[in-house]
Ligand binder design. Structure first.
Ligand SMILES: Cc1cc2nc3c(=O)[nH]c(=O)nc-3n(C[C@H](O)[C@H](O)[C@H](O)COP(=O)(O)OP(=O)(O)OC[C@H]3O[C@@H](n4cnc5c(N)ncnc54)[C@H](O)[C@@H]3O)c2cc1C
Length: 388
């Protein structure tokens, strides 16, 4: 059986659905082809089930890409305010959690239901359980599924990245790009916990569950948020953020005492210069178990001014050499992807293959933690949807 549409959208996630809505509203006959048994599975698990659907302070600086300017156009033409207006039109209750991050009060299901309702209103045809095995380009694009083929003048790839394969992530988008000779920036797992070396793990991992506010830096970037020790390494928002910038074998520097001078107390000549005093000072801002463990590991060998200065430096630049990340199984996003040089920043259309578009996470634009990845999915989806 052959189905004819103006545009075929592969992938019924955040970007694909937004693209379909925008194109459908403009009268295009659009099909969303989704291989899973339901749409938007990632939306449902996002933000701990409450979907951090955007960020009030969304700026181009909140994204990684080999071309930092690429995302600007789409982000400017579909803003957090545009998505919030849609959320409010559907009467979905939401709140700001922290740092401009907007979450549903009730459940991520509200966001998916909203997108589905908008698709329906825009006359979008949805095909679930539809795995596309092959795509050909004749005078139009032909997408072959097991029991049907779909034809359309435009093809939008919205199949996402490699993160969380158990809910349907595939390499389809990258494979298809290669087939059409479109360059890819080698993908890597982003927003992902880090695994410590066996030696560091034996030192710290029994403190699993302990957290502290720190500054983590790597590759010229730094973030100040909570760090969490896990059974295998480090996690928490600050580590997820910096992980997107980390590549083996770089070190990550952790400032355990942001904006504090821990050894200041020793300037007072009446303060005893010993481990007891230092322990007390560390415990003022670090959880007790972490303070004690750090001191046991880095006990000063002398108490001279120089030794104290060295210690102060070490506290602000605790250097760790992660063994690895937890990989795509645990990564919230896939960094890298379709090279932005291949795409129009205005429409997301391939420069080499007219009619072929790439949107969302499959593109080499990756947001920081905090609702930015969905904002990119909405913005890039809208950009393509308006061009179809
Ligand atoms: C646990 C978790 C929590 C997250 N929380 C947040 C958050 O709160 N805020 C935020 O901004 N971001 C969050 N993210 C990131 C965000 O979910 C993604 O960046 C976003 O969903 C990307 O949208 P997308 O449409 O590009 O891809 P996806 O949402 O992954 O959608 C791709 C779709 O394509 C389908 N597909 C794949 N291959 C094929 C194929 N061959 N044929 C047909 N269909 C196919 C998939 O089944 C999927 O439905 C989270 C991610 C994870 C894993």
């Amino acid at each position: 059986m052959t189905h004819f549409f103006d545009a075929l959208i592969l992938g019924g996630g955040a970007a694909g659905l937004m693209c379909a809505i925008e194109a459908g509203k403009r009268g295009r006959r659009v099909a969303v082809l989704e291989h899973a048994d339901r749409l938007g599975k990632k939306i449902l698990i996002s933000g701990g089930g409450r979907c951090n659907f955007t960020n009030l302070h969304c700026r181009p600086e909140n994204f990684l890409s080999s071309n930092p300017h690429f995302a600007k156009s789409a982000l400017a033409r579909y803003t957090p305010a545009d998505f919030i207006a849609l959320v409010e039109k559907h009467g979905i209750p939401y709140h700001e959690k922290t740092l401009g991050q907007l979450f549903c009060d009730r459940s991520a299901r509200d966001i998916l239901a909203m997108l589905e309702a908008e698709c329906q209103r825009a006359g979008v045809s949805i095909f679930q359980n539809t795995k596309i095995q092959k795509v050909e380009r004749t005078t139009e694009f032909v997408a072959h599924a097991a029991a049907a083929e779909f034809r359309g003048a435009a093809l939008v790839i919205a199949t996402g990245g490699l993160s969380i394969p158990k809910i349907g992530a595939t390499s389809f988008g990258y494979d298809l790009a290669r087939k059409f000779g479109i360059a890819i920036r080698e993908p890597w797992p982003g927003l992902v916990p880090l695994v410590l070396s066996a030696e560091d793990c034996s030192r710290y991992c029994d403190l699993a569950g302990v957290s502290a506010e720190v500054i983590a830096s790597c590759d010229g970037q730094n973030f100040r948020e909570k760090m969490l020790i896990t059974h295998r390494g480090l996690s928490g928002p600050v580590i997820l953020q910096i992980s997107s910038y980390w590549k083996k074998p770089q070190p990550i520097l952790i400032d355990l005492a942001p904006e504090r001078e821990v050894t200041a107390a020793f300037r007072d000549p009446s303060t005893p210069r010993n481990a007891g005093t230092l322990r007390g000072e560390l415990r003022k801002f670090l959880p007790q178990r972490l303070a004690d463990r750090w001191l046991d590991t880095y006990t000063p060998t002398s108490w001279t001014n120089q030794a104290l200065a060295d210690l102060e430096k070490q506290l602000h630049a605790w250097t760790i050499w992660p063994a690895d990340t937890e990989g795509y199984e645990k990564a919230e996003v896939t960094a890298g992807g379709i090279d932005t040089d291949e795409l129009s920043a205005k429409t997301m259309e391939s420069r080499k293959v007219p009619g072929l578009f790439f949107i969302g996470e499959v593109v080499d634009v990756t947001g920081h933690l905090g609702g930015f990845n969905f904002q990119w999915a909405w913005a890039s989806g809208a950009a393509a949807g308006r061009a179809l």
